[in-house]
Each structure stands twice: as structure tokens, then as C-alpha cells.
Design a protein around this ligand. Sequence first.
Ligand code: AMP
Length: 354
Amino acid sequence: MTKKNELPFGSIIGILGGGQLGRMLSLSASQLGFKTHIYDPDINAPAKQVTNLSSTFEYDDFKNLENFANKVDVITYEFENIPLETIKFCQNLKSVYPNYKSLGICQDRITEKNFLKSIGVETVKFEMASSYEEIKIAIENIGLPVVIKTSRFGYDGKGQKVIYKKEEIEKIVSEFIDVQVVIEKFIEFELEISVIICRDMSGKISAYDPSENIHKNGILVESKVPANISFSTSSDAIILASKIVRNLNYIGVMGIEFFITKEKKILVNEMAPRVHNSGHWTQTGCIISQFEQHIRAITGTPIGDGRRHSNVLMKNILGNQIFDINYENEKSINIYGKDKVKNNRKMGHVNIIK
Ligand code: AMP
């Protein structure tokens, strides 16, 4: 069956990455009448339990990537550390969303911050450095306390440390030798929020209400909507998010994390070119979840508005908490089907209507 301007029902969506995000994307794709093909080097990747087709090869195995690309109708990805070369290769064979440029910018904290600066979006004060001497100078310029972060491949608080005191500098910096880092001012923010936003092929933008996010040791623990922010802060954050996706000519869902300072300044912390953990509440709080919205956007299907009908608290199920789930009281439970339980590993989440 052919639909107007859209991928026909039964088309195959190729998803690079088979974690929980790929899994939930695959479930939404199926709900919309599409098939999925998950490509992940891990045979036990959670998304492989809920997909029509799968491939188990490395991301730089170009022969098998070619086979994968030839079998699908459109390609997307579920995590930002997919090698850029992989995306470059795939986009010569099939359309890839979000675009190569957006992924490149988001993969590196320095290019990300420079991009934001170039479009007039404010971030935390930062400097880049790549040697002990440069790091020391950057810390002096910015002033303690600072956060030192690797510019690439950091996630869930990995690859970053806070330096509070002068005496800690030498020991902490020694853990970051020979890598490009960014030194950021450590800020006493009032709260952290994120905006999950979607842009479709016609340029239409739809954003969800910002969620208020609680992190522990850099890992998201819970997100709640509505966030404890004013209407104007909420609108301003959405306007900034729209500016970002419009400038990138972005197609699909993006998650943007912000710090709200005590002075009510809105600073972008990080952008993720994919569906986002802090948007899982949309499965219960909105008619169209972030996963459905992303699948709609990348298949040329009209996207819906992100209207919220309920207040939701989303809690991640981390590590051993999976053995201690309280199934009582109304809550929607999502288990990701991971093969091993590890300390602080995201094993699932619950959405509770408040
Ligand atoms: P990131 O990987 O940059 O998202 O950082 C993970 C978490 O660490 C954030 O969500 C914050 O809770 C905290 N964090 C990161 N950067 C800063 C900063 N410059 N000041 C204060 N807290 C930060």
C-alpha cells in the first residue's frame, strides 16, 4: 500500500544500535506498520528481541553495512557514538536521519559548544585543553570548582570529574592525559530540565513540555513533568531548542539538556541527536510518544503535536533495582530485556501518573 509522500506500510527502518532506545523505537515502528532491522555488534542487544531483522557485525564492517543498507528503506541510529564513518558510508546508499552534520556536532562537546555559541545559544563557561599545561591554564581562567570532561565518548557521567580544590588538580588531571578535554565551570544550578523536540521533513516542529531531571553520579534517576519552572522559562527553553533543530536542518527527535541557574538563566548542557531517556515519560503522558514521533518524522509520516495529558514521574530502574519492582499502584513498567545486571545499568523504567 502506498501512502502520499511517505514510506509505504511495511517499509523497513534500519536502526544502528540495539539498546533500549532502539528497542522502543522498534516497538513504535511496528505499531505504525513498519518493519525494523537492528544492526548492533552485540548478539544480545535488547532491541534484537523485538525486531523483524537483525545484523550482528561491527560498525566498521563495511561489507555487512552495505548488505544492511541495501535491505532497508531508511536508516536512523539510537546512540551518538556510532562512528561518523559508518554514517557517511550508509548515507551514500540510503537516507540517514538525523543528518551527518548533527551527529558530528553532537559527538564532540567542543564542536557542540562552538556550534551553540555560533547560533547565539548560551552554555556554561568553558575552555578546551589537550595537555596538562593547557588544562592548568584553563582551570585558572575559569576558576574552581570546575568539571573536566573528555570531549568525546562520555555518557552517563563517565569521562568526567569535578575538581573542587587546588590540591585535587594534579591527581584528577592525571586521569585525563593525552585526550582532548573541556573544562567547564561547575555551576550550582537550581535545576536541570530537558526538552524533547522533533522536526519533520517539511520543517514542522513539535516539542514536548520540558521535564525536570534528577541525576545521581551523572546518571539520570528520574524525570518529572511538569517541571517546577515558570511558563516563560518553559517557553524560552522550547524556543532555544527550536532554534537548534532549525539551524541543523534536523529531522527526527532530539533531546536537549539545560541547566536553569539560580538567576533563572537557561544554559544548554548537552544535545543528544536521538530519542532521550528524559523523554520516556511521553509514553504515558502524551498521545504520541517520543518514539512514535521519531518514527513518524524519519518515514515522512506527519508528526503530531506533543501535547501532554497527564503529569508523570518517570523513574529509571537501575542495576539490582530490577529485582525489587513494586508492581502495585498504577504505573506503567518497561523492562529492557538486558542479558546482564550491572551496577547502575539502565534495566528499565516506570512511568507513574501523578
Ligand atoms: P553531562 O554528561 O554533561 O550531561 O553531565 C552529567 C551530569 O553531571 C549533568 O546532568 C549534571 O547533573 C552534572 N554536570 C555536568 N556538567 C556540570 C556543570 N558544568 N556544573 C554542574 N553540574 C554538571
